[in-house]
Design a protein around this ligand. Sequence first.
Ligand code: TMP
Length: 217
Amino acid sequence: MKGLLITFEGTEGSGKSTQISLLANRLREMGRIVRTLREPGGTPIGEEIRHTLKHSQNNQAMSSEAELLLMNASRAQLVREVIRPALAAGEIILCDRFYDSTTAYQGYGRQLDLHMVDLIISAAVGETRPDLTLLLLVTTEMSEQRRLARQSTLPFMRDRMEEADRAFFERVQQGYTEIAQAHPNRVRSLDASGSVDLVRDSIWKCVVPLLEAPPAA
Ligand code: TMP
């Protein structure tokens, strides 16, 4: 059976992790082998990089360019250590963020040159591209509320990525809109402000066509 790479994108608090676990359960019930991953992270090396990017005491002075390269160092490792072998074995991979996050956060959010961002992404992923990207959309206000609520429950987990101002997150949101427009066949934008069940059902409608067996010759 052909492997599939499905990526989930969206701002903080868009409900990606809840939806990933619902979809993973449903696919497993159908007998598919499913692997869930997150970026940055997903390998021992990637998880160390994640810590450096988000929680390390020593990350305050990180430049946007270093951030871009670290995100993609984690990704390069994940693609080679996990994603390519799993796809070759016919697994379905559900990845919480992939390279569209780099375009949205480092390209639009940090305002790095988009051509340079594309080149770095290409070096990290090569030909390994998602079969489907589910972009979960909530308003910047809803995202901010959920982000602040999460911070108040984890007061000791400082997260450098979440320290950016509202204008940054508005640019990220705009970036996602432009990514979806540029890749209409791959990226499906879904309203994620509704109930968990509604979002789950719209995700399922996007995934089913990929699971159907090809017609017999
Ligand atoms: P999260 O796993 O809680 O979503 O945290 C990951 C953070 O890293 C989030 O703020 C988005 C950000 N990020 C980037 O800025 N660029 C990237 O390429 C990726 C994968 C994540």
